[in-house]
Design a protein around this ligand. Structure first.
Ligand SMILES: O=C(O)c1cc(C(=O)O)oc(=O)c1
Length: 304
């Protein structure tokens, strides 16, 4: 099948620099995606965007180039609930990738078991309206109860402004809950303002809630961009990520978000994005938690 990219689509950065920051041994890129390739793994009819291809080979090459040891591949919404590209990537990774899928309530127990054997350890619930159609809460609750039995967790993606109305649903989930991209704070607002304080309270009051300190390139309003050798990028995001890192060092993860779906302003150099990490995790101990021990506990507990 032939696909035409969404107009204005930005392709991933083809020739990333080598990070100056040396990742600790065993570092996990805990949020990345594969797109297709569309000719082999068609994009879903219900998708809200059509991306460029971003194959498993290209993802694994980036992993090695940046110095990561492992990946957590998260189902991208352009593939809907067809997880074939993701499962194929997990099965080709030689055990170096685990996955987070999107499923509907009709999924069979056998299919869940097959996914588990391939390395799936979570499901993603998405509440970002530009990315997905609404799924009834009772369907999500049913899925959460089923995957809890497998020891999986729930990854949630939402905008900061929607946290109040989603609070009761989130706090009733029976699993570990991992928030994508810090719940997308508006970094133009103060870190001590009511919106981000609510997010910190969400984590503070619920010991099962974790957060990815990812996507400064998505959240930043004033940059500078991770391009042209800039090793001190996205300074306006740093206080937000630092606060979560400082308060909850044992419940944070980091990921590149490669291949960076739906960026509108620029595509970051992934090598320079890795150089962002020491600004939010300034000590070797915090870096080890963020990049190694926390993701290993969640995704490869049998090795811990
Ligand atoms: O903000 C986004 O556009 C976005 C989209 C997706 C996806 O389409 O799955 O995943 C992400 O992590 C972020």
């Amino acid at each position: 099948m032939e696909f035409t990219k969404t107009p204005g689509w930005l392709d991933w950065y083809a020739d990333p620099s080598k990070p100056r920051f040396q990742l600790p041994a065993g570092a996990v890129d805990a949020h990345c995606h594969v797109f297709g390739p569309g000719a082999q793994f068609p994009f879903a009819p219900e998708r809200k965007y059509t991306p460029c291809d971003a194959s498993k080979e290209q993802l694994f090459a980036l992993r090695d180039h940046l110095g990561f040891a492992r990946n957590v591949i998260v189902q991208a919404t352009c593939h809907g609930a067809d997880n074939s590209a993701l499962i194929d990537a997990l099965q080709s990774s030689g055990g170096k990738a685990r996955g987070v899928v999107t499923v509907r309530r009709g999924i069979s127990n056998d299919e869940l078991q097959r996914m588990h054997a391939a390395g799936v350890r979570g499901v993603r619930f998405n509440f970002v309206k530009r990315l997905v159609d609404f799924t009834p809460k009772d369907e999500l609750q049913e899925i959460a109860a089923r995957i809890a039995k497998l020891g999986w967790h729930v990854v949630i993606y939402f905008e900061a402004a929607d946290l109040p109305e989603l609070w009761d649903f989130f706090t009733a989930l029976p699993t570990t809950v991992v928030v994508d991209h810090m719940g997308r704070p508006d970094v133009g607002k103060p870190v001590d303002g009511p919106e981000f304080q609510l997010f910190l309270r969400f984590m503070g009051e619920n010991a099962n809630v974790w957060s990815k300190l990812s996507c400064p390139e998505r959240l930043s309003l004033t940059g500078p961009r991770a391009l042209d050798g800039e090793r001190n990028a996205y300074r306006d995001v740093v206080p937000f990520a630092r606060r979560v890192m400082d308060e909850f060092p044992d419940r944070v993860l980091w990921g590149t978000d490669w291949p960076h779906p739906n960026l509108k302003d620029h595509m970051p150099d992934d090598g320079l994005l890795v150089d962002f990490i020491p600004h939010i995790a300034p000590t070797p101990e915090l870096q080890r938690k963020l990049l190694v021990s926390n993701p290993m506990r969640l995704y490869w507990p049998e090795e811990c």
